[in-house]
Design a protein around this ligand. Structure first.
Ligand SMILES: Nc1ncnc2c1ncn2[C@@H]1O[C@H](COP(=O)(O)OP(=O)(O)OP(=O)(O)O)[C@@H](O)[C@H]1O
Ligand SMILES: [Mg+2]
Length: 378
């Protein structure tokens, strides 16, 4: 797999340890917690590298050789049935390649959805149902947990974007999950999420079912020196040269957020000919290419946005890290309409995922969109 990779700066998913920067301590900590019977909540702002870290941990022999690992991403799920559907599908897809011994017990135990599992001529099962077929989600969930407890190996289940369960409009789901999880001996859980306030409320508030049931783990940024070494090494390996100033400049420009640095390094790598050298002067060109490749999407987004929201979005983009959005100062600085218009626009922009709010600091979610907005004249 790894030798076929032309560009070593991966921007979609996990491609193995050779293309994964550092996270040595985090990997060790998370593996230690999980293999010692703890459940873990992994929290960081968007695009720091949570999902890839989960994949990296699960690929280590201490986990891969001893456990069944299941990863589900519930970001786009809307209900408990939806979540149960994903979980069932993920378990089936993971067990299927491991042979009949692995999947047979799972298929037998899932009584409530038997008709949704079909078999091909060779007798291999497929998860053929849609969300609508999960008519009794809590029963199916109970069956899934019963399977996890009786599986022939210990299990680790990672639920990515876990904060999404707070949007299901079903208050019982937290208590239900907590009850099952509490009684699991054979299975441990890793919950990952990026909306810090939702995740913290769920795990740190005494009134909530998950209170004190997990070890909270805050994922920090990749350290700059480690990221720089990583970039220099990958360039050298492919017979190209990289000036150390380049990752340094990107680190400053993107606040060290992994995704943006990787995206920029990917572009810079592709612009550098074999035997050639990548210098700081190449950065602007690379970033322009990236922004241009999304310009149509950005134009469309702005076109769809009501006037009040687009004014506030541009103001936040110009400010970079904006605070006190409803203050007279902010409103005057960016020629916004009124306090009330800002007050109504902000939740809409948060809801659309265009901006984020961390400890009262508002920023655009997509840093390239921010650059596109600030570099254009309106
Ligand atoms: N340690 C790493 N080394 C190299 N690239 C990484 C590393 N961690 C993450 N990445 C890259 O950074 C990007 C973001 O990573 P990832 O999707 O894991 O972040 P996330 O925190 O799960 O983001 P989100 O909050 O949007 O779900 C991906 O393109 C991934 O390939
Ligand atoms: Mg993720």
């Amino acid at each position: 797999m790894e030798t076929n990779i032309i560009n070593p700066f991966i921007t979609t998913g996990y491609a193995g340890a050779a293309y994964f920067c550092d996270r040595e301590q985090e990997t060790e900590d998370i593996i230690r917690l999980l293999t010692n019977g703890n459940n873990v909540a992994l929290i960081s702002p968007r695009r720091y590298g949570k999902t890839n870290l989960i994949r990296h941990c699960f690929a280590q022999p201490a986990i891969a050789d001893k456990y069944y690992t299941f990863i589900i991403d519930i970001y786009s799920t809307k209900s408990v049935a939806d979540m149960v559907h994903r979980l069932g599908l993920s378990i089936m897809e993971t067990l299927k390649p491991q042979g009949r011994k692995a999947w047979e017990k799972f298929v037998t135990m899932l009584r409530s959805v038997q008709t949704g599992i079909s078999f091909d001529i060779a007798g291999n099962p497929s998860w053929m149902m849609s969300v609508g077929d999960i008519t009794t989600p809590t029963t199916t969930l109970e069956e899934i947990f019963a399977y996890l407890e009786q599986a022939d190996k210990p299990c680790i289940v990672a639920i990515d974007e876990f904060q999404q369960i707070t949007h299901y409009g079903d208050e019982r789901i937290e208590a239900t999950l907590r009850t099952y999880i509490q009684y699991c001996n054979n299975t441990h859980f890793l919950f990952a999420g990026s909306q810090r306030h939702l995740m913290s409320q769920m795990f740190l508030s005494p009134a909530r079912p998950f209170y004190q049931s997990v070890s909270l783990y805050n994922l920090p940024l990749l350290p700059e020196d480690k990221y720089t070494d990583f970039c220099l090494r990958l360039f050298e390996q492919k017979g190209k040269h990289l000036a150390a100033e380049v990752p340094h400049t990107l680190y400053e420009r993107f606040d060290g957020i992994t995704y943006y640095m990787q995206r920029a390094m990917n572009e810079l790598f592709s612009l550098t000919p074999e035997g050639g050298s990548c210098e700081a002067k190449d950065i602007d060109n690379a970033l322009n290419n990236i922004i241009l490749s999304s310009a149509l999407i950005y134009e469309d987004l702005m076109y769809q946005l009501p006037e009040k929201q687009s004014l506030v979005l541009r103001a936040i983009a110009r400010e970079g890290k904006a605070q006190n959005l409803t203050s007279g100062k902010f409103i005057r600085k960016y020629g916004l309409l009124s306090t009330s218009s800002v007050k109504s626009a902000v939740p809409a922009l948060l809801d659309k995922g265009l901006i984020t709010n961390e400890f009262g600091v508002y920023q655009l979610y997509d840093k390239f969109f921010e650059m596109w907005l600030t570099e254009r004249q309106f």
